[in-house]
Write a new protein. Structure first.
Length: 112
C-alpha cells in the first residue's frame, strides 16, 4: 500500500507498508507547522501494526526541535512494543543535528 499525503508545499510524506514493516519517506521541511502531519502518519503506521519503521530522510531539507520530538516519540512507541525505528539517508545538516542532540547514539542510521 502506498499513500501520499501533502499538507502543503513544505512537506510530502509517502508511506509504504509491507509485511508489518513501513517505510515513511519525507520530502521538505519538518518544523512546528508540519511536524504534526508527520507524527500522525508515523503513529498511524504503528497503530496499523507496523513494528519496524524506516524513516527515509533523503528528501528532508530541514528539521527543528518539534520534528526531533516526533522522532523521539515514534522511537519510544515502537520500542515499548519491541519494535524498531531506523533513519535512512539523512542529509548532511540533518545528520549533524542528530549527532549534536545525541539522537544518533540511540537510533540506527543507515545510508542507502
Amino acid at each position: 500500500m502506498t499513500d501520499p499525503a501533502s499538507p502543503g508545499p513544505e512537506l510530502i510524506v509517502v508511506v509504504t507498508v509491507e509485511d508489518g514493516a513501513a517505510t515513511v519517506a519525507v520530502t521538505g521541511e519538518v518544523d512546528v507547522y508540519t511536524a504534526p502531519i508527520l507524527r500522525e502518519r508515523l503513529y498511524g503506521v504503528i497503530t496499523g501494526g507496523a513494528s519496524h519503521v524506516v524513516l527515509d530522510l533523503q528528501g528532508m531539507t530541514f528539521i527543528d526541535s518539534t520534528g526531533l520530538g516526533v522522532i523521539v516519540g515514534t522511537l519510544k512507541r515502537l520500542r515499548q512494543d519491541g519494535g524498531e525505528l531506523m533513519l535512512r539517508s539523512p542529509g548532511r545538516s540533518t545528520r549533524k543535528v542528530l549527532e549534536l542532540t545525541g539522537l544518533a547514539n540511540i537510533v540506527d542510521i543507515i545510508d542507502a
